[in-house]
Design a protein around this ligand. Sequence first.
Ligand code: ATP
Ligand code: MG
Length: 416
Amino acid sequence: MEAIKAPRGTRDILGNESWKWAYVTDTFRNVADDYGYREVHLPIFEHTELFCRGVGETTDIVEKEMYTFTDRGGRSVTLRPEMTASMVRSYLENNMASGPQPAKLWGAGPMFRYERPQKGRYRQFVQLDVEALGAQDAFVDLEIIDLSMEFYRRLGLSNLNVVLNSVGCPKCRPVYRKALQDFLKPRYDELCDSCKSRYERNPLRILDCKSPICKEISENAPSIMEYLCDECKEHFSELRRGLDRIGANVIHDKRLVRGLDYYTKTAYEILSGDLGAQNAVCGGGRYDNLAEAIGGPHVPGVGFASGIERVMLTMEAQGCSFGREPANKVYAVAAEPSAKLETMNLVRTLRMNHISADMDYMGRSLKSQMKSAGNMASYACIIGGDELAKGVVTVKNLGDGTQEELTPEQLVNKLK
Ligand code: ATP
Ligand code: MG
C-alpha cells in the first residue's frame, strides 16, 4: 500500500520554517497593535450562503474555488476562502455597532480555495486580515493602506508597488458599466470565454483579464475616473492627499477593479516585483454595501488581506531577516549511565529558568552525545562521576572550546 500524502495544494510547515512564520505573524501583530486593531478568532467554516452573498456569485471564488460540503446535519457549509465576509458577519452578530466606531479588527489563519497550485498559489494558505467597520472617512482607507505598508516596511521589504483605484459606488458605477459595455460591444466576439460571460454579469472584471487579446481589446477602454460621482471623487482625492502627505508612492491604475456592487470607492493592491505571476502580496479596499448584502444594516467598511506565503517568498527573494532561529542553549551530556538522573535534573533546572536545554534519550555514547551537543547547542554541560562527587557541572563553550566547572546555580546565573 502506498503511504498517504497531504492533499494537493497544501503543505506542511515544519520546524525549519515555522519560526519564520511566527516572526512574520508577530511583526503583523505588533503593527496591528500600534494602529489600534484588536485580534479576533473567527470560525474556519461558515454557512455557504455567507460567501455566496458576501463574496459574490459572479466572483472566481464563488464560481469555482470554494470547498463546500454538506455536514451531517444536512447544512451546506464552506471552508472560508477569505475573511472579510466573516468579519462583517461577526460585527453584525456581536452588535459591534454599539461599541467604539469604527470597530478595528484583525485576524490571521488559513483560507481555502480550490485553485491550480503553483508558486505563491495554494489550496490552503494563510491570510493576515485587517478590517475597519463603521466609518466612511477616507482617512480610514488611508490608515488601512498605511498599516499594510508599515507591515512590509518592518519586514524589510522593498521593490513593492502600491496600485490604487476607485471603483465608484452603486450611484455612479452603473453609468460607467454601460459605457464600458458599449465600448467593448464591437469586439465582443473576440473576447475570451470567461470575459464573454463577464460581459453581462460583471463587465468591469474584463479589465482585469490576463488573456492578451482581452487586454488588447480593453486597452483604450473609458476610465472610471470620468464617471465617478462627486462623493466618490472627493473620497478619492482626499485619500490621495493623505497618501501624498505620508510620502506614499502609489500608482493610480485605472484598470484595477472589483466588479461587485458592495465594493465601493477604494480598491488597492500591493504588488511584489520579486514574485512572477502571483505577484499580489495584498489586496484590499472599501466595501460599504457588503453588510447589507449579507442581510444587515448599512455598515461601511474598509480592509485588506495579505497572503503570508507570498510575503515570505518575497522576503526570501530579497534576503530579508526573519529574526533569530530558535536553538538550544544547552545540551546536557551524561558521561556515564549513573549520571543520567542528575543530567535530567540539570536540564529541568535550566528549563525552569527559561534556558532552553535538551539531553540524550537514545542511550548514545559520550562521544556521540558530544556530537549532538555540537549540532544542537551553544554549551555542552557534562556530568560524570567526578562532577557528581563535587556537585558541579563541566560547562564547555562549543563556540570557543573553553571549559569550566560550575555549580548548577552558577550555570543558571551565567546563562540567564
Ligand atoms: P490573485 O489575483 O493572486 O488570485 P486574489 O485577488 O484572489 O489574488 P484576494 O482575494 O484579494 O486575492 O486575497 C488577498 C491576498 O491573499 C492576495 O493578495 C494574496 O497575497 C493572497 N492569496 C490569494 N489567493 C491565494 C492562494 N491561492 N494562495 C496563496 N495566497 C493567496
Ligand atoms: Mg484569486
